[in-house]
Design a protein around this ligand. Structure first.
Ligand code: C5P
Length: 310
């Protein structure tokens, strides 16, 4: 091993994201899709504890959630293995994951866990790579992983892995609603490709960013091109989506949308009171609804500094 690893454990918060808007521009030679998306971190977070293990002891993971794999197919394990190889580290690590972010809901939990493991082990193993030095490894792990090295309100291009923070960071109260019909991201993209409806490329994100530069945040412009494909993939979602949208709009949400490929919907509110009313109305209608706040780039950075003791 090149440097002495720290022997203490590290406790990290691994935040969720929502996609304020998402446009699919076409297919790429690598099988992925060319995207334009606006990512936003929220303060709903999993907790990750990294416990050092002796040299040669390898990487292990524990997580009580039934849908989270406890072998090498777990993205957090793959992140640790990739960094170990890259940094020629012999020390092992045990990764403990306490899930609060709904699994398979389009909130980026797995990608966020992978980015948290990269950042945490970079510190624990004293590799000194930082977010910039970890970017290449993050891209190979998944399209959303690089975003979680940055956080806040960010424009994502290419596969979503080219990330550009916006100057104006959104501040809002968020209501998340689990529509209860998990859909596979891969299946939703496949469905979009098979759709007979011609895909008219929208410019809503371009307009949002232009308006943002003028000092105006026009959330109503934003749309998610994956929503129709997700509704086709899980037809029972349609009726639930209409009810969720109705309740959140009634409570005063400025934007109601599906996050990523779903199946979590969210509403954004400028006032805490509206968010509270929206959440209560959804719970009364039998939905699983969670309240959260957006996290800006600075708030995200501060949370990292705090966790890494810097
Ligand atoms: O990169 P990640 O494993 O998170 O992506 C999950 C799936 O989503 C991919 O296997 C691919 O089917 C789809 N995807 C895509 N284009 C993107 C991002 C994801 O087709 N830009």
């Amino acid at each position: 091993m090149r440097r002495a690893a720290s022997r203490r454990s590290l406790r990290l918060q691994s935040f969720a994201k929502i996609n304020l808007g998402l446009e699919v521009l076409g297919t790429r030679d690598d099988g992925y899709h060319e995207l334009r998306t606006l990512f936003q971190t929220i303060d709903l977070a999993d907790e990750i504890v990294l416990r050092p293990r002796p040299n040669g002891a390898g990487v292990t993971v524990s997580c009580p959630h039934p849908l989270v794999p406890r072998d090498e197919s777990n993205l957090a394990v793959r992140a640790a293995e990739a960094l170990r190889r890259f940094g020629r580290v012999e020390a092992g690590v045990h990764i403990e994951i306490r899930k609060r972010i709904p699994v398979g809901g389009g909130l980026g939990g797995g990608s966020s866990n992978a980015a948290a493991v990269l950042r945490g082990l970079d510190a624990l193993w004293r590799l000194g790579l930082g977010p910039e030095g970890l970017h290449g490894l993050a891209r190979k792990l998944g399209a959303d992983v690089p975003y979680f090295l940055v956080g806040g309100t960010v424009l994502g291009l290419a596969r979503g892995d080219e990330v550009y923070p916006l100057r104006r960071q959104l501040q809002a109260h968020v209501v998340l609603v689990d529509a209860g019909l998990p859909v596979s991201t891969e299946a939703v993209f496949r469905r979009l490709d098979q759709s007979l409806t011609p895909r008219g490329n929208s410019n809503s994100i371009f307009y949002f960013v232009s308006r943002d530069l003028e000092g105006k945040q026009d959330l109503r412009l934003l749309t998610n091109d994956l929503e129709q494909a997700a509704l086709d993939e899980a037809p029972a979602l349609k009726e639930r989506a209409e009810r969720i949208r109705g309740v959140l709009v009634q409570a005063g949400a400025g934007l109601v949308a599906l996050s990523g490929s779903g199946s979590t919907y969210f509403g954004l509110f400028s006032e805490a009171g509206g968010a509270r009313r929206g959440r209560s109305a959804l719970v009364a209608a039998g939905f699983m609804a969670i309240g959260a706040r957006t996290l800006s780039l600075d708030q995200y950075r501060r949370a990292w500094s705090h966790s890494l003791g810097r």
